[in-house]
Design a protein around this ligand. Structure first.
Ligand SMILES: Nc1ncnc2c1ncn2[C@@H]1O[C@H](COP(=O)(O)OP(=O)(O)O)[C@@H](O)[C@H]1O
Ligand SMILES: [Mg+2]
Length: 400
């Protein structure tokens, strides 16, 4: 028994069509290449006049034309349709094929899109592209100028093509998502290195400018004391007293440099009380503080503290504010830090361009936030004050 498989022109069988589809799919093309290749092949090998391949957008609520028979291929990516609208939208929403033999306009599902010149085509079949696990990736349509009956077998064949495409398209988009993620990981690693570099430069600076200079003077006073010891004990004692001061100073500076790595106050008081003490340490500014106890991991506490420190320093340096507020709060899935002032504000768009080196200031705050998987925003309008908001997600994985 011969069945009219989409009116295949010659002795080609369904198997041959499917074989050629597989060839296109395994050519390693991107989504647009696959969509266009299949649209061309279907028009070439079946007795239909045009084929449209609409793919579902990543958000899953719109179909977008990605491949079509010439001259409609010019419209690729330019035609969009919400899921649920038009025949294709209906097919996407219901995951069921639709055949319309004639009088499309009488079908309540039909929506006229002028660019697709529906008036030139009488009959159509539309099938969903569904992967094996049952995910919709798009809709495949064929249209004919002359009236024709699409048989059950026609729809089955189209559905097979659509199913093969669905798998390949899912692979292609998985692949591009993986590539994106890899890129994000690389950026992430770069940021860590950058922050570490900044931290190292700071440490090196503090050791060079403060600590080693004090030690150099310390050595100087010690050898002066050694020289004076025999003939001028009073002067020797004075030199030793100076040396003691310098040793104490160097010790202070060392503590200070180490504290820069992880503020010891965090270990002593925890994040909430540390922020309160930080706020109180800002000279000439009364910061209204409102905190809750959180149980962020240590590295996240350090980052939140550093961000608060930089934000308050910015208020102090730039804002001329009358009121400043620091709030640390906890939501179900995140810890939130908000530092707001009613000062002079700034224009974030123009400030971004003249931002200092990464690792410091606002860009540094942003990087620290990103490293925690969080977000930091600085909202400001000249004359209207500034609000810096940090959101740090809480992971609910329980160790052990
Ligand atoms: N709270 C604020 N009030 C007013 N201006 C601010 C505030 N925070 C930041 N700015 C503006 O944004 C710029 C960038 O801040 P930042 O990246 O911390 O660099 P820096 O503080 O070293 O200038 C500042 O120079 C200042 O103009
Ligand atoms: Mg700053």
């Amino acid at each position: 028994m011969t069945r009219s498989r989409l009116g295949l022109a010659d002795a080609n069988s369904d198997a041959q069509l499917l074989h050629r589809v597989i060839e296109i799919l395994s050519a390693g093309l991107d989504l647009d290449g696959i969509a266009q290749g299949v649209a061309d092949l279907i028009t070439e090998t079946t007795a239909t006049d045009v084929c449209f391949v609409h793919l579902l957008d990543p958000a899953g609520d719109r179909l977008r034309l990605r491949g079509a028979t010439a001259p409609f291929d010019q419209l690729a990516r330019r035609i969009e349709l919400p899921v649920g609208e038009g025949v294709s939208g209906w097919v996407a929403a219901h995951c069921e094929p639709v055949v319309i033999t004639d009088n499309k306009r009488a079908d309540p599902r039909y929506r006229y899109i002028p660019e697709l010149r529906g008036e030139e085509f009488i009959s159509m079949a539309s099938v969903p592209m569904i992967t094996r696990p049952g995910d919709l990736v798009g809709v495949l349509n064929v249209h004919t100028r002359d009236r024709r009956e699409f048989t059950v077998a026609d729809v089955e064949l189209l559905s097979s093509v659509a199913g093969l495409m669905a798998g390949a398209i899912e692979n292609a988009s998985l692949h591009s998502r993986l590539a994106e993620r890899e890129e994000a990981m690389e950026r992430f690693a770069e940021q860590i290195v950058l922050l570490q570099e900044t931290e190292r430069r700071r440490l090196a600076g503090e050791i060079h400018d403060g600590i080693s200079q004090r030690i150099v003077s310390l050595l100087f006073h010690l050898s002066a004391a050694a020289d004076a010891m025999a003939y001028d004990p009073a002067s020797a004692a004075e030199q030793i007293a100076r040396a003691q001061e310098l040793a104490a100073g160097a010790l202070d500076e060392t503590r200070h440099a180490i504290a820069g790595l992880r503020p010891p106050v965090l270990d002593d008081l925890g994040l909430a009380a540390s922020l309160e003490s930080l706020a109180r340490s800002i000279p000439l500014l009364h910061v209204q503080v409102d905190t809750v106890t959180t149980n962020l991991p240590e590295h996240a506490q350090t980052a939140v503290y550093r961000i608060a420190q930089e934000a308050l320093q910015n208020v102090m340096k730039h804002a001329s504010a009358a009121h400043v507020q620091l709030r640390l709060s906890a939501a179900a899935d995140a810890v939130l830090l908000e530092i707001s002032d009613d000062g002079v504000g700034f224009d974030p768009a123009t400030t971004a361009e003249r931002a200092g080196p990464a690792g410091y200031g606002l860009p540094g705050m942003q990087q620290r936030a990103e490293l925690l998987g969080g977000q930091l925003t600085a909202d400001s309008t000249p004359g209207r004050g500034t609000v810096v908001r940090l959101r740090v997600p809480i992971s609910h994985e329980h160790p052990g």
